[in-house]
Design a protein around this ligand. Structure first.
Ligand code: TZP
Ligand code: MG
Length: 204
């Protein structure tokens, strides 16, 4: 992974889009996102074959535009889609397993508190997702927001691993996340629900 590739990281599922997800992704790419995560989950998410087909076409758009493509949670889907990587939470497939069986995949891991940080196999991951930084309505089971100090804390313990902030990030606060030491910001609603997606990405 090149430095800067996680700088503006769009995370998206069709249920967070008020428009056709292909259109949302294309506009976000035109605005300057550097990475994308297919996160098709929660109320109204596509399932089965539909989830696979949407993943295929979004994966294709990323390939055409040289944008890193990650899949949330689902290792099998990541493999089926030929993703660059998989982003897992603490309750998903273990990073040691993924690294051993799929060394070609980049691995992102969410860490939300000290216990998770202490218990994670940080040496096996390519980047950490830190958050929720700010309160968010997007993730139903989001943990308590941790603020930008959480990024500073991770960087003290693991100064060399890339860290991406997530949760409630928008054009008004993205710079605070970067100033705290994050290598990038991961954003859902401030991009997927923006009236002018391209402008929102540029402002971020
Ligand atoms: N993980 C922690 S917060 C969050 C996820 C997936 C949701 C982020 O969504 P938004 O709309 O950018 O706050
Ligand atoms: Mg997860």
């Amino acid at each position: 992974m090149k430095s800067g590739q996680l700088r503006k990281y769009l995370v998206m599922g069709s249920n967070q889009c008020s428009r056709d997800p292909h259109e949302v992704l294309r506009e976000a790419i035109a605005g300057g996102i550097t990475a994308f995560q297919y996160r098709e989950k929660g109320n109204g998410a596509r399932l089965g074959q539909e989830r696979l087909m949407l993943g295929r076409s979004l994966r294709e758009i990323c390939k055409e535009n040289d944008i890193l493509f990650f899949v949330n949670d689902d290792l099998e889907l990541a493999i089926q889609l030929g993703a660059n990587g998989v982003h897992v939470g603490q309750a998903d497939k273990e990073v040691t397993y993924i690294r051993e069986h799929h060394p070609e995949l980049l691995i992102g891991l969410s860490v939300s508190n000290e216990t998770e940080l202490a218990n994670s196999e940080i040496d096996y991951v390519d980047y950490l997702g830190a958050g929720p930084i700010y309160p968010t309505a997007t993730k139903e089971d989001a943990k308590e927001s941790v603020g930008t100090d959480w990024i500073r804390r991770i960087k003290i313990v693991h100064p060399t691993i890339p860290v991406v902030g997530i949760g409630g990030i928008d054009p008004t606060n993205a710079s605070n996340v970067i100033e705290a030491g994050a290598d990038g910001v991961a954003v859902i609603s401030a991009i997927t629900k923006a009236v002018d997606i391209k402008a929102a990405v540029r402002q971020i």
